[in-house]
Design a protein around this ligand. Structure first.
Ligand code: 13P
Length: 330
């Protein structure tokens, strides 16, 4: 059993309080590899931003649970080495699907976990979330739970259809579970294909997706004043990265994300955590494809992973400074 405080990590409680009050959102970037982790830390240090490094069950299976735990500890040491005296780094489990998985992560040094019972009948979602909260709070680990279902595919989590969060459920749910933050469904979805072209409107040659359901968000805010709200599925799927991938041999059709303007607006509300994974995957893949096209003889991974890391770092900094507004908030 290792407590996250011994690893130099923090939970989400204080940073969410400040983010809600300050009208900005904390970036929650998914990672599976060392290069992603390095890029996240470099971006957070350079912009003086708190940051949530999150891993899904699939990432733990891919990278190995022990390695990820030491990487998170390494992230804190690396941030200090880069000149950040007091980094605020959260190690968060994304989409925990069972009490056992959440407990395992808490016992291995995670400072925050998500229990995703959103696909379950309401009462079962409440009971599961409460069980995780009761365990987590003994160790001062914060818990994110979810109401409403997001469409899309993310590792082992997938749903064909989305169901918006019902504002009439949020008070009962948050009170009975004791969760520290609530992920809601207002029109975002996982992956790089969030909308079909048919769902979008063509404006100046660009496909613009339907707006997020801000009316639902505002209703939820009214019911739970100041309560931390989380948005999953918030990649913007930048067209320049998609075009680079397609130009250099990739085949990504109809990739459409959430316009950054919408996320900027959401960040000013009680939304204080915004999850981004696909944009990092796109930035990495675009840089690697471009590199291989330019240097067909390269086969040392450092040669192509270095530009990939740079491209991800650039994207993370852009999100922090231009979209979420969490820069200079340490
Ligand atoms: P994206 O697929 O939009 O990056 O969403 C990631 C996410 O919500 C992780 O939980």
């Amino acid at each position: 059993m290792v407590n996250y405080k011994d690893l130099g990590l923090v939970n989400t409680r204080e940073m969410f309080k400040r983010a809600v009050a300050g009208g900005y959102a904390i970036p929650a970037f998914n990672f599976n590899t060392m290069e992603q982790m390095q890029a996240i830390v470099m971006a957070a240090v350079e912009t003086k931003s708190p940051v949530i490094m999150q891993v899904s069950k699939g990432a733990r299976n891919y990278a190995n649970a022990s390695i990820l735990r030491y990487m998170a500890e390494g992230a804190v040491a690396y941030a200090k080495e880069l000149g950040c005296e007091h980094p605020e780094i959260v190690l968060h489990l994304d989409h925990g699907d069972s009490f056992e998985l959440c407990k395992d992560c808490i016992d291995m040094g995670f400072s925050s976990v998500m229990i995703d019972g959103s696909h379950l009948p309401y009462e079962e979602n409440v009971a599961l979330a409460k069980k995780v909260v009761d365990y987590a709070h003994q160790f001062d680990v914060t818990v994110e739970a979810e109401l409403g279902v997001l469409a899309g595919v993310e590792d082992e989590v997938s749903a064909a259809e989305s169901h918006y969060t019902k504002p009439e459920e949020v008070i009962d749910f948050s009170t009975r579970t004791g969760c520290d933050s609530l992920a809601i469904s207002i029109g975002t979805s996982h992956g790089a294909h969030k909308f079909t072209p048919e769902q979008c409107t063509l404006v100046n040659g660009v496909l613009v997706p339907p707006p997020l359901a801000f009316d639902i968000l505002h209703e939820i805010e009214k019911k739970l004043p100041g309560f931390p709200i989380v948005l999953h599925g918030s990649s913007s799927v930048p067209m320049d990265e998609v075009n680079t991938i397609n130009k250099f041999g990739g085949h990504l059709e109809a990739a459409i994300g959430i316009p950054e303007e919408q996320l900027r607006e959401a960040s000013k509300s009680a939304v204080c955590k915004i999850n981004i994974d696909s944009d990092s995957r796109l930035a990495m893949t675009a840089a690697i494809r471009k590199h291989f096209d330019e240097y067909p003889s390269h086969f040392d991974p450092r040669q192509y992973l270095k530009p990939a890391r740079e491209n991800m770092k650039k994207m993370y900094i852009h999100k922090i400074v231009e979209v979420l507004g969490s820069n200079d908030k340490l």
